[in-house]
Ligand binder design. Structure first.
Ligand SMILES: COc1cccc(CC(=N)NC(=O)c2cccnc2OC2CCNCC2)c1
Length: 389
């Protein structure tokens, strides 16, 4: 398939796949800052750039409403991500963030927000190199403005603003295949409320299965089983950082989290991110960690329900408790918190628990990309230690 825009960008091109003569690392060198385009790219006449101050309740609400009505839907257009305002604030106002990377497009006359794209700074390790990158996310163009070729100019504009901060690499995911994925993940779902999932069409009743048999199949204990399993607290940040850094060091691509990052990304934040750990009752050592983020979806066109409550597996570390037992406790907590479904990608060691814990394969794939950085080895999802929101 021709990618008019992506063929012009410093990304792995199809023709280069497998060419091991090409070195691992940046595809293009940095440009001297004086040569980076100083002014914004041109938009079609009726539109103007705007920088979104996500600290402003009003602007955060505009971004929320744009995404709620126009962001990613599943392949059958039955569900649409419905990131909450507090989630968007958490996802964008990260340690060291640049407000200039929270980019909106407004219609000049109505001042209505009609498009958005965001970047946040992140330190991502690729093999032995820690690279300063931008994590690009939430690219959204209003449904009425599709195929006006707005997305390429928004990608170029966020790239320009990232370059102005002397950052030359980026990481992003997409449900579509572009030049060229560093890996392709399968997503999996674990039913927690099978009756609702079947009612809204997320799941289908299995062959030769009754509803009551299905409810019994997915039933979970009322409480967690691992001794010492508890919510993470601020005082745990140093120990969790050590545990997580050590665990992530085994993957080819992973975030280089420090204590400041762990405090932001993994400390429990109501309705946004939940995290738990196992503190050994004997010696109070922290041996395991697990977490999930909250990303509801709007249910498009169902009489009885309007929101699907979904939890997404985030970072999990097991050093003493078997990963399957740890993740079963996470499912128990998610059910206690009234989530309908628990989602996971087959990244890191997730594949080891998916089938045993009754996850079913989703009907799509999530592709991971790096911008202006070539990795030599073909990466399997199990070699990926990066979870994007
Ligand atoms: C259930 O409601 C949905 C609403 C919109 C899209 C999809 C399917 C889908 N595209 N799912 C994922 O991309 C996905 C499935 C499992 C885990 N993480 C995921 O995506 C995350 C990470 C990438 N940014 C979106 C959230 C489902």
């Amino acid at each position: 398939k021709r990618h008019k825009f992506w063929e012009t960008q410093p990304v792995g091109q199809y023709k280069d796949v497998g060419d091991s003569s090409l070195p691992e690392g940046p595809i293009e060198p940095p440009t001297p800052l004086s040569e980076v385009k100083q002014e914004p790219y041109n938009l079609p006449n009726a539109y103007e750039w705007t920088t979104c101050d996500m600290d402003s309740e009003e602007i955060c609400d505009e971004v929320y409403v744009l995404l709620k009505n126009n962001y990613v839907e599943d392949d059958e257009n039955m569900f649409r991500f419905n990131y909450s305002k507090e989630f968007l604030s958490w996802a964008l106002r990260v340690p060291g963030y640049y407000q200039s990377w929270h980019i909106g497009v407004r219609a000049k006359t109505s001042k209505k927000l009609v498009a958005f794209i965001s970047g946040i700074p992140a330190r991502i390790r690729v093999n032995e190199e820690v690279v300063k990158m931008a994590e690009i996310n939430f690219l959204c163009v209003h449904k009425k403005l599709r195929s006006k070729r707005l997305a390429p100019v928004m990608i170029k504009e966020v790239t320009r603003r990232v370059h102005l901060e002397n950052i030359w690499q980026a990481a992003y995911t997409a449900g579509v295949v572009l030049p060229t994925p560093i890996t392709t993940c399968q997503y999996w779902h674990r039913s927690l409320n099978p009756k609702k999932l079947i009612d809204v069409g997320f799941s289908r009743l299995g062959a030769r299965m009754t509803m009551s048999r299905t409810i019994k199949l997915y039933k979970l204990p009322d409480s967690t089983v691992t001794p010492g399993f508890r919510k993470m607290e601020l005082r745990d940040v140093p120990a969790v950082t050590r545990l997580l850094r050590n665990y992530l060091s085994q993957f080819v691509v992973a975030p280089d989290f420090d204590e400041n990052d762990v405090e932001h990304w993994l400390l429990p934040n109501e309705n946004v991110v939940d995290s738990f750990l196992v503190e050994s009752p004997e010696n109070h050592e922290i041996t395991d960690f697990c977490s999930f983020y909250t990303l509801p979806s709007s249910i498009l066109g169902n009489q009885n329900y309007s929101i699907l409550k979904a939890a997404y597996s985030y970072y999990n570390v097991s050093t003493k408790t078997p990963l399957t037992q740890l993740m079963n406790d996470v499912l128990i907590v998610a059910k206690q918190k009234d989530f309908d479904v628990f989602n996971a990608l087959d990244v890191m060691h997730n594949e080891s628990f998916l089938k045993e814990l009754k996850f079913g394969p989703g009907d799509g794939q999530l592709h991971y990309y790096l911008y202006n950085y070539r990795i030599r080895s073909a990466l399997k999802p199990s070699g990926l230690g990066l979870v994007l929101l």
